[in-house]
Design a protein. Structure first.
Length: 74
């Protein structure tokens, strides 16, 4: 298991109350939420960083067609 570090955060009171009432592990839920947010942020960063290469590849395909398209059976 990765090293853990304590932190402090502010949450919506109603959400916190309901989570506690339902036995939700707040720390784990927060960790999962941060992990999901990081995954989305990394994906967006990758798209921004690679946008030019993706556009260039799409333009090449537009001009020349798909490589090996003649070998496709469908």
């Amino acid at each position: 298991m990765p090293a853990r570090r304590a932190t402090s955060m502010t949450l919506d009171a109603a959400l916190l109350d309901e989570a506690k009432a339902l036995g939700v592990n707040i720390s784990r839920a927060a960790e999962q939420g941060v992990a999901a947010a990081l995954k989305a942020a990394r994906a967006e960063a990758w798209k921004r960083e690679n946008a030019q290469a993706i556009a260039e590849r799409a333009a090449w395909i537009e001009r020349h067609g798909l490589p090996l398209a003649g070998l496709r059976k469908f």
